[in-house]
Ligand binder design. Structure first.
Ligand code: GLP
Length: 253
């Protein structure tokens, strides 16, 4: 794990965008695994900025998103499909036919999970996976539990996740109770993983991710087993990690 300590959210975004840019420049036909939530928005803004300056070309990129709420279609403003168009795809020259996400309106959830798992396999897996982290250390929507599911699956969201994500909805009741998520296998098979985190609210989750026991009770802890992970986080998010691992600016553990 390479851990970068940023002074603030802007620096987190710039550093993460830097790593993603290098990936795109070195392999213009990369498969990028993308994430939603508040944390990656600044990273997408930075990538758009560099694209506008002519430094990045997304024309050969394939994007596969981590997760999607069940019951929301791509035109629903709360869907992750909508989020991705709003925050990235509509602003760069990525081909929409190469942008993939689970179908929140699929009539047969089981078939949808198989379709998405096969799709990821069919495109050769993920070159770089961008991740946020939930306050309970979930990644994608792989919630803490007794065991992690390896392939794309439908998840009943935890109360705490519904509460945390209700900030994007009018009320907690409006948050869908189920979501599709990429499984832990596709995430762990990504050739590179970049996890971004900001703020005090993520300090416990980051401690579990970096220093905790590897366990399905903290899905992000599995990243300790991956050999090419960048953790890019601000001082507040790393505050508990730093009680165990002093970080000047960056450290490899
Ligand atoms: C949701 C998403 C996760 C994301 C998490 C954290 O639960 N499914 O992929 O990492 O939110 O979001 P935020 O960055 O808004 O804190």
């Amino acid at each position: 794990m390479r851990i970068y300590k940023a002074k603030d959210k802007a620096e987190v975004s710039r550093k993460a965008a830097n790593i993603i840019s290098a990936q795109i420049i070195l392999k213009p036909d990369s498969v990028l695994g993308l994430a939603t939530g508040d944390s990656p928005i600044g990273t997408y803004e930075q990538l758009i900025d560099w694209y506008n300056k002519g430094d990045l070309d997304f024309s050969q990129i394939t994007a596969v998103n981590l997760d999607e709420y069940q019951g929301l279609g791509p035109d629903d403003e709360q869907s992750y499909a909508y989020f991705m168009r709003k925050h990235l795809f509509d602003h760069v020259n990525i081909d929409p036919v190469n942008c993939f996400i689970e179908d929140g309106l699929a009539e047969e959830p089981q078939a949808e999970c198989i379709r998405y798992t096969e799709l990821i396999r069919g495109i050769g897996g993920i070159d770089l996976q961008l991740l946020g982290i939930g306050p309970n250390a979930h990644i994608g929507f792989n919630e803490p539990g007794e065991a992690l599911e390896k392939d794309t699956h439908l998840v009943k969201l935890n109360e705490s996740t519904i509460r945390a994500n209700s900030r994007f909805f009018d009320s907690e009741d409006d948050v869908p109770k189920f979501a599709y998520t990429m499984g832990i296998k596709a995430i762990m098979q990504a050739r590179c993983i970049v996890l971004v985190a900001n703020g005090e609210a993520k300090a416990d989750a980051m401690y579990k991710c970096v220093c905790g026991t590897i366990s399905a009770e903290a899905p992000a802890s599995f990243l300790q087993l991956h050999n090419n992970v960048f953790i890019v986080a601000d001082e507040a998010a790393l505050s508990k990690v730093e009680t165990r691992i002093p970080i000047d600016k960056e450290v490899t553990i």
